[in-house]
Design a protein around this ligand. Structure first.
Ligand code: ZN
Length: 140
């Protein structure tokens, strides 16, 4: 997964299995804390790695750039990511860029949020809603 360094802004490639731990920036050696903002999934391989190896639950936002409700829910997901670094990974999948991933999970409307625990889907919700409602519906 690609995580930007807060100190030098360089992109660091980190194994998804270590996203809940501290790491070190390969460029400036600053400590990289667990991500406190949503992580963009760039390839189907990254998606499989993240879902398959993350030690903490992963909440995936299936979205698209043209989708109004997706823009509404985005700040709610940013809030969740800020509140739970190291305990929850928020990942974003652009359904236009990764249609094969969206197809695999039968995404019929966006935004759809799917929670994965230990590599398996443990719940999903569709539509924009506040962070609190997302948590209560998914048991987070
Ligand atoms: Zn750095």
């Amino acid at each position: 997964m690609i995580v930007a360094c807060h100190a030098c802004q360089k992109s660091n490639r980190l194994p998804a299995a270590r996203l809940s731990e501290e790491a070190r920036c390969g460029s400036c050696k600053a400590t990289l804390s667990p991500p406190s903002q949503p992580v963009a999934v760039r390839t189907a391989e990254d998606f499989a790695e993240l879902i398959g190896t993350s030690p903490v639950p992963v909440l995936v936002d299936f979205w698209a750039t043209w989708c109004g409700p997706c823009r509404t829910v985005a700040p709610e997901l940013e809030k969740l990511a800020r509140e739970r670094p190291g305990a929850l990974v928020i990942a974003k999948v652009d359904t236009d860029a990764l249609p094969q991933v969206a197809g695999r999970f039968d995404i019929r409307s966006i935004p759809t949020l799917i929670l994965f625990r230990s590599g398996r889907e443990s719940g999903r919700v569709s539509g924009a809603m506040p962070a609190r409602a997302i948590c209560s519906q998914l048991g987070l």
